[in-house]
Design a protein around this ligand. Structure first.
Ligand code: PBG
Length: 339
């Protein structure tokens, strides 16, 4: 065949390695595996699961069903489950004391999971919002200010309560100053040296948490916003300072949250610190993707996989995602997703 442009084209043509599926698979720089997935799960009292209107396809699991769901997740290869409770309104109080009740929903769910799926990791959130009547993550004074050090004292008790119930990992999502170091010492003093801390180190005051607040029942009750403790979406240097401090205080791994709008932060954190770094694809991101797929604007599975792979490409070691079981199921069936 005659060359159309003799001598003018480069020797290297990137389309050559893209031409066939086998070649695309061979040169793929990142891959997604069930090992990368952390499944956030909502729990509720009673015998029946409940749908969550703003998160189609996600349910609150009843205590009765949570053990079986965890076993299924384990069988799909998911390493870790993150628990969030829907606390009954009459158990919510100004001081969120239900958080430190050994018999609360989270503690009972931990027990259920440990007995049905003894080899899956169990992570429990540390923050007061599912337990407070005002929906804030911390204690509030008469002026409506969030009290830092007083809150940290309660968070230590909450962490110990959850560790006693048998969780493997504590994830402080409250964004109080100094909580990682204080919780680390409190756990150590109680003999829980082996319990890991995954810190929500860079957690932004985001509009993407709306459906989560429905799921844990704090949306209607939340007074004001969380801008005095969660980060300003305008900032990234500050995220690196948060991460540096949490690591110095003893965090084993860190979370950047939300996920998709904050991939730049994921990337900088991983590059700068080289520590286990996780991204949280939050409830609003879930709702957005599902709504777009339901309207026919996006192809559901392809869009989910692309979004999850993007976290890996940005440097995340794993992703907290409500899509975890669905994604793991598809990955298991295919062994590899055709690039
Ligand atoms: C609060 C907490 C929130 C989420 C996890 N822990 C919401 C908030 O800060 O108001 C959000 C997760 C999601 O949107 O999926 N401690």
């Amino acid at each position: 065949m005659t060359q159309l442009f003799p001598g003018r084209f480069p020797a290297t043509r990137l389309r050559r390695t893209r031409a066939e599926s086998w070649s695309r698979r061979l040169v793929a720089e990142t891959a997604l595996s069930p090992n990368d997935l952390i499944w956030p799960v909502f729990v509720t009292h009673g015998d029946r699961n409940e749908p969550i209107a703003s998160m189609p396809g996600v349910e609150r699991y009843s205590l009765k069903n949570i053990g079986r769901a965890a076993k299924e997740a384990y069988d799909l290869g998911i390493p870790l489950i993150a628990l969030f409770p829907y606390t009954e309104p009459d158990k919510r109080s100004d001081d969120g004391r239900e958080a430190c009740n050994m018999d609360n929903l989270v503690c009972r769910a931990i027990g259920e999971i440990r007995s049905h799926a003894p080899d899956i990791g169990v992570m429990a959130d540390v923050a007061l919002d599912p337990y407070t009547s005002h929906g804030q993550d911390g204690l509030v004074d008469d002026m409506g200010r969030i009290l830092n050090d007083e809150t940290v004292a309660v968070l230590c008790r909450q962490a110990i309560t959850q560790a006693r119930a048998g969780c493997h990992m504590i994830a402080p999502s409250d964004m109080m100053d100094g909580r990682i170091g204080t919780i680390r010492s409190a756990l150590d003093e109680e003999g829980f040296q082996a319990v890991q801390i995954m810190s929500y180190a860079a957690k932004y005051a985001s509009a993407f948490y709306g459906p989560f607040r429905d799921a844990v029942g704090s949306r209607g009750v939340l007074k004001g916003d969380k801008k005095t403790y969660q980060m300003d979406p305008a900032n990234s240097e500050e995220a690196l300072r948060e991460v540096a401090m949490d690591l110095a205080e003893g965090a084993d791994s860190v979370i950047v949250k939300p996920g998709m709008p904050y991939l730049d932060i994921v990337s900088r954190v991983k590059q700068q610190f080289g520590v286990p770094t996780f991204a949280y694809q939050v409830s609003g991101e879930y709702a957005m993707l599902v709504a777009a797929a339901q309207s026919g604007a996006l192809e559901h599975d392809a869009a989910i996989f692309e979004s999850l792979l993007a976290f890996k490409r940005a440097g995340a070691d794993g992703i907290l995602s409500y899509f975890a079981p669905k994604a793991a199921r598809i990955l298991m069936q295919h062994d590899t997703i055709k690039p």
